[in-house]
Design a protein around this ligand. Structure first.
Ligand SMILES: NC(=O)c1ccc[n+]([C@@H]2O[C@H](COP(=O)([O-])OP(=O)(O)OC[C@H]3O[C@@H](n4cnc5c(N)ncnc54)[C@H](O)[C@@H]3O)[C@@H](O)[C@H]2O)c1
Length: 335
């Protein structure tokens, strides 16, 4: 489907679900961006979930989002249970403004929802020539190291830095793969890779349904468990959002709003070394890229380069949408 046609259809669907025109366009653009980044786990496959939660009043379609200034660098946002895309979009703009004024911005967001890919927001700060860190917590998916039961989310860590060329953006779950990939495999009857999740009896499984009932494995064992915990503290505990396994799963917990927390940190990269920064970051990247290549590698990519290439390539094509999702879209449009 042509991007412009898809965009209008998505805006129409969100408007039918009582979002304002402006908020509908923000959501449509992020869903399309996920598709173009080949992150299908965070694209159209989630549309029905967002709409179901709006219908059940678990996402507030008309939020009164409040920004509280703590000082010129720090702001605290109450998202009023808005769809995560909208509050995170407002949050990153505020974090950019704060860093432009003082050199460093810190924005905590409470009472939000699933916001898609952290890189959506990191990229905006990097485009404004800022270093950025984005954190969000997520529903239980990982068992803390030594525990039998899932509690931490797949809590991603995202770090971006301007390079003057393609932005450096590392955006990774603290689980081996993100949960959306497992949800999507379950929806389309596919298997998941071996070694990323355990079933409820603690055995490795490639069956997505069994993985969703069991636990996902963290990156690097207890180190990944520690990083997921760190993200839960940064985005949940300090912002006043849910934490400690209380974030609700957007797909199958309809007992209340998700109450997800996000934290954005923006930094002026010239704060210590001034204009020399761009020269130094490129020197740093080139030192890595010039290393002799391991077997099977013709180049060394920095985080963000591969996604940037995919985005450019996919932007030239129409978006292919599986029939199952087209059916969901026409049902949602008929509401
Ligand atoms: N909103 C949420 O609740 C939530 C929760 C978890 C994850 N997510 C999102 O899911 C995405 C992460 O998914 P994932 O953990 O399955 O990771 P992934 O496979 O999509 O990639 C993780 C990182 O590794 C880099 N990378 C991948 N392949 C590479 C290669 N061959 N060479 C060099 N670098 C490479 C990517 O650029 C990226 O920075 C992120 O965008 C994250 O924000 C969102």
């Amino acid at each position: 489907m042509k991007k412009s046609v898809l965009r209008s259809k998505l805006i129409q669907i969100f408007k039918k679900h009582r979002l304002s025109k402006k908020h509908s366009a923000i959501c449509a653009d992020y869903l399309i961006k996920a598709e173009l980044l080949a992150a299908k786990s965070h694209g159209l496959t989630r549309l029905k979930m967002y709409c179901d939660r709006i219908k059940k009043n678990l996402i507030n379609p008309k939020p009164k989002i409040k920004i509280r200034k703590i000082n010129s660098s720090v702001s605290h946002i109450d998202a009023d249970n808005s769809i995560g895309f909208v509050s995170a979009d407002i949050g990153i703009s505020q974090a950019i403004k704060n860093a432009k004024k003082t050199g460093i911005g810190l924005v905590g967001i409470k009472r939000s929802g699933h916001f898609g890919l952290s890189s959506f927001y990191a990229e905006q700060a990097v485009k404004k020539n800022l270093i950025v860190l984005c954190f969000t917590n997520a529903p239980p998916a990982l068992a803390p190291y030594g525990a039998k039961k899932s509690l931490f989310g797949t809590n991603p860590i995202c770090f971006g830095v301007p390079t003057g060329k393609v932005p450096f953006i590392l955006d990774t779950s603290t689980s081996i793969i993100n949960r959306g990939k497992i949800r999507r495999a379950n929806k389309f009857g596919e298997k998941i890779p071996f070694g990323v999740a355990l079933d409820k009896f603690g055995k490795i499984t490639t069956d997505p349904k069994k993985a969703l009932e069991g636990t996902q494995l963290p990156i690097a064992g207890f180190k990944g468990s520690g990083l997921a915990w760190m993200v839960d503290i940064l985005s949940g505990v300090i912002t006043g959002s849910s934490h400690g396994g209380k974030t609700k799963d957007p797909f199958d917990d309809f007992s209340g709003p998700q109450n997800v927390g996000h934290l954005f940190i923006t930094i002026n990269p010239k704060i210590f070394i001034g204009k020399r920064f761009i020269k130094e970051i490129n020197k740093n990247i080139n030192l890595v890229k010039k290393l002799p290549k391991a077997k099977g590698f013709s180049s060394i990519l920095y985080p963000g380069e591969r996604k940037n290439n995919l985005y450019k390539k996919n932007s030239k094509k129409d978006i292919s949408i599986p029939q199952k999702i087209l059916n969901e879209m026409s049902n949602l449009n008929a509401v």
